[in-house]
Write a protein that binds this ligand. Structure first.
Ligand code: HEM
Length: 478
């Protein structure tokens, strides 16, 4: 018996845009902006029998994200067969649902507990300090590349206890290549575009290479004494006390943790430094706060507690350019959202970017205004850079500590002058909104304030930069 279609052509009042689903895979943000503009809180993109359902309001975000029985996470569209490496490397939290997910979250909660965070302070400060020592005022750098390399090293050290740039880069390269392939094939499945399925065999062999590297890393980790606390040591401890936690399961958790942690945080750093450099008055205020409350170059844990303006800057940066721009759930039983009926298997997309740019929640939503956080307190479903509900990012407290500490260390020593007329592009890859070009900057000493300069590129479609950042009008020849 065929299932009832989600929508029928005879329901003209439904919030439906008909057109190719490739519009979404090509440029998710542009597509979601149009859907939100045309339909408001709830929209459907329909192509023949295929539908993508979008929710854009805090109320509907809550509806979808809090009902984990109806809306499940299937982050990886391709799981491979039961005994494949692909199955094992995709078996982390984002592929789990129901009791399996609840049990894993409980086990991981201990590992990510707030009380453990101070133990990471030394590593975060040391690696941030190494980074700033490799910089020299007067030199040029690509902030995007610097932050990606920095976070590969940081993530490898914090998660696995290896401060080894070569290993971090190898694992990062394998994970990014594999995540990209997953995204392509997953997006192909989501929008029913068979051409994306061509990389399937390649994906499976990439998963094998990745698994082998993670297994080697486990062996190396077990045979090494670790002076600093790291997440893998805590997972191995949990393994000793949890009878059913196997190495195969830890492969899935470790791979997901690394994949979920490094680029999201790197993009947050890149966007925050870019926004600060283009908003010198905000930077000036932040610098005053750092000068007043942080005595040396390296902040103590107590000093980091007293930086409210830094918190506002980070919150605002993650609002306006959220590294996780959207995510999805799959309806697993027949249900409805408002007037839209959903069959099992229908993808439902929620978007941090669209929710965070709603003018009814955030005044002048496209502008970077950290001061707004002194007077607003949006709900968990109106401000959700780390997601919300039972699947909210488990690494959020760790990410926040990394960002607050490393930004303080960088800004205590340097400023960044964005290269005038350079191109800064931002695009969504694998749900993450990051810079897709270099961010060319000149390193300035901390006592020299940068100026707002005109830049080119698609970043202008994502945020409203100050007037001085608009590309100069090119005089026309007579
Ligand atoms: C700025 C940095 C980060 C951002 C913006 C971010 C964002 C997110 C978001 C939005 C989700 C929810 C996805 C959904 O609901 O579908 C998520 C989940 C997750 N994140 Fe993060 N994340 C960051 C850093 C980290 C770090 C540092 C780790 C680990 C060390 C981590 C591990 C995870 C895991 C394991 C999940 C899955 C949780 C679950 O399904 O129960 N993330 N993250």
């Amino acid at each position: 018996m065929s299932e009832t279609p989600v929508l029928s052509l005879h329901e003209p009042d439904l919030p439906v845009t008909r057109g190719s689903l490739l519009r979404f895979s090509d440029d998710p943000i542009a597509c979601m902006k149009e859907l939100h503009r045309d339909h408001g809180d709830l929209a459907v993109l329909a192509d023949g029998d295929q539908r993508l359902v979008f929710v854009f309001s805090p109320e509907l975000n809550r509806h979808v994200l809090s009902d984990t029985q109806t809306f499940e996470s299937r982050f990886f569209a391709v799981r491979g067969n039961r005994k494949s490496a692909q199955r094992r490397v995709t078996s982390g939290l984002l592929s789990q649902n129901g009791a399996e997910h609840r049990d894993s979250r409980r086990m991981m909660k201990e590992v990510f507990a707030k009380k453990i965070l101070p133990a990471y302070h030394e590593t975060i400060c040391r690696l941030s300090s190494d980074l700033t020592e490799s910089w020299q005022a007067g030199n040029s750098c690509d902030l995007n590349a610097e932050m990606v390399q920095f976070m590969l090293r940081m993530t490898s050290a914090l998660l696995f206890g290896f401060d080894d740039a070569g290993f971090a880069q190898k694992l990062g390269r394998l994970i990014d290549r594999w995540a990209h392939r997953n995204h392509e094939i997953g997006m192909g499945a989501l929008v029913s575009a068979p051409q994306f399925a061509e990389g399937y065999d390649d994906l499976l062999s990439q998963a094998e290479e990745l698994e082998e590297t993670v297994r080697d890393m486990f062996a190396r980790h077990r045979s090494t004494q670790h002076a600093q606390v790291n997440i893998l040591s805590l997972l191995f401890q949990a393994q000793e006390s949890e009878q059913h936690l196997t190495d195969d399961q830890l492969i899935g958790h470790s791979t997901l943790l690394f994949a979920a942690a490094h680029l999201t945080t790197a993009h947050t750093f890149s966007w925050t430094l870019f926004l600060l450099s283009q908003h010198p008055d905000v930077l000036g205020k932040l610098r005053n706060e750092l000068a007043k409350h942080v005595a040396g170059d390296i902040p103590t844990l107590e000093e980091l507690e007293k930086l409210p303006y830094l918190d506002s800057v980070i919150k605002e940066s993650m609002r306006i350019l959220p590294a996780s721009s959207y995510s999805q759930r799959i309806a697993v039983q027949p249900t409805s959202i408002g007037p839209v009926r959903l069959n099992p298997g229908t993808p439902v997309i929620f978007s941090q970017y669209i929710t965070h740019h709603r003018p009814d929640i955030y005044e002048n939503p496209d502008q970077f205004i950290p001061e707004r956080w002194q007077t607003i307190a949006p709900s968990a479903y109106a401000y959700l850079p780390f997601g919300a509900g039972p699947r909210m990012c488990i690494g959020a407290p760790l990410a926040m500590v990394e960002i607050r500490t490393a930004l303080t260390i960088m800004l205590k020593r340097f400023n960044f002058q964005i290269q005038p007329m350079s191109t800064v592009n931002g695009h969504v890859i694998s749900t993450m909104l990051g810079p897709t070009s270099s961010i060319q900057s000149l390193l300035l000493p901390a006592d020299r304030t940068p100026i707002t300069v005109p830049v080119l590129g698609s970043v202008h479609k994502l945020v409203a930069l100050p007037a001085g950042a608009q590309p100069l009008a090119i005089p026309r020849a007579a």
